[in-house]
Ligand binder design. Structure first.
Ligand code: PLP
Length: 357
């Protein structure tokens, strides 16, 4: 059974509903007009293969590796459905993004965790992963960039994880919805997909977080042939086929995504440095020090569960940060510079400093 996802319920209640939203973790919604192209023909059947081809081109992988999906959320479901049977184990990072756990549990898998330690700057330790795998492990799961710290995992480490998985006949699943932030591609081709790092690496992503097109739910699974085939069966089992309009809009959106990359870059310019400088002023705190992306994690050493305070900051002072509680770090919060223009972001940080004093 699929249990409620506490984090998503909380986010739905608070995100985007306060004057200073320093919590939402995606580039603001882009209007279709910002693509600079007309609405596509919504009756053309040729768009089904066209979307697959557009996803392949964007990710620089063969079309045979691609299964289109409804956002990364659906892609995670399809990927798990393609790799897991009830009773299989999934090894998920902690701190982590709760839906990765709930979706696996909903499919009858047993979720175990490996820690990404604050003391290591939240880096993935292949040794810790290797120590946590068991003969029942079918999938090792990481986010890259890491949600909630924004920390990047190198290709070399991902390759090591893929090897650890391979030795058990398992897969490495990389949720790379934030990965293009390292270098948002003006030419509309994301060359850094983890899918290219090993035969047993499965990657999931979408145009939600980097490009502001989340409402169109254009996402994908990239994987080896047996995963592609089973994920396609999972599409048939869940909805027959994806909506025609989704494929029509998705293929046009991907062909023009470079324009949205430029838009996103302009929106983010300079704000990560401001966040890092601000975090350095906090006493008894550590900053996850992301090198790209749109959020980082602040951990307050002398606090316990910040959730009640974070909720009162939102309701009484109109300022919201992402509660670390939902990611497994109750004394931390995720600070995002995704949605506020630079001056409002700075104003929000000033308010936050006052509340933290
Ligand atoms: C790590 C991660 N994966 C997936 C998603 C969901 O992405 P999508 O909107 O493409 O379904 C999110 C949303 O916050 C996320 O943080």
């Amino acid at each position: 059974m699929f249990a409620p996802v506490r984090y998503i319920e909380w986010a739905t209640k608070f995100y985007g509903k306060v004057p200073f939203d320093l919590a939402s973790s995606g580039i603001p919604v882009a209007a279709w007009s910002e693509l600079g192209v007309p609405e596509p023909d919504l009756d053309d059947m040729a768009v089904f293969p066209a979307l697959r081809a557009a996803i392949a081109m964007y990710n620089d992988v063969p079309a045979a590796d691609v299964v289109p999906a409804m956002g990364t959320s659906h892609a995670v479901f399809l990927a798990y459905a393609a790799m897991l049977s009830p009773g299989d184990e999934v090894l998920v990072e902690l701190p982590g993004y709760e839906p990765l756990t709930r979706a696996a549990e909903g499919l009858g898998a047993v979720v175990r965790t490996f820690e990404r330690l604050a003391a290591d700057g939240y880096a993935v330790s292949p040794e810790r992963v290797a120590a946590a795998v068991t003969p029942r492990t079918r999938v090792i799961v990481v986010t890259n960039l890491h949600n909630p710290t924004g920390v990047r995992t190198s290709d070399a480490t991902l390759r090591e994880l893929a090897k650890i998985a391979e030795a058990r006949g398992a897969y490495l699943l990389v949720d790379e919805v934030y990965a293009p932030f390292d270098e948002l591609p003006d030419d509309g081709v994301f060359r850094g997909s983890a899918r290219k790092l090993g035969p047993n690496v499965v990657a999931v992503s979408s145009v939600t977080k980097c490009y502001g097109l989340g409402m169109h739910r254009v996402g994908w699974v990239l994987g080896p042939p047996e995963v592609v085939q089973r994920a396609e069966s999972a599409v048939i089992a869940t909805c027959g086929h994806l909506p025609l309009a989704h494929s029509a809009r998705g293929s046009v959106a991907l062909a023009n995504v470079g324009k949205l990359a430029k838009r996103a870059k302009a929106m983010l310019a300079g704000k990560r440095d401001i966040a890092a400088q601000w975090a350095a002023t906090l006493p008894n705190a550590t900053w996850s020090a992301p090198t790209s992306g749109l959020f980082g994690l602040v951990r307050l050493h002398d606090r316990t569960d910040l959730l009640p305070r974070i909720e009162s900051w939102a309701t009484d002072h109109g300022i919201l940060v992402g509660a670390g509680t939902f990611f497994g770090i109750p004394n931390g919060f995720r600070l995002s510079w995704a949605t506020q223009p630079r001056d409002r972001f700075e104003q929000g940080l000033e308010k936050l400093s006052a509340l933290l004093r």
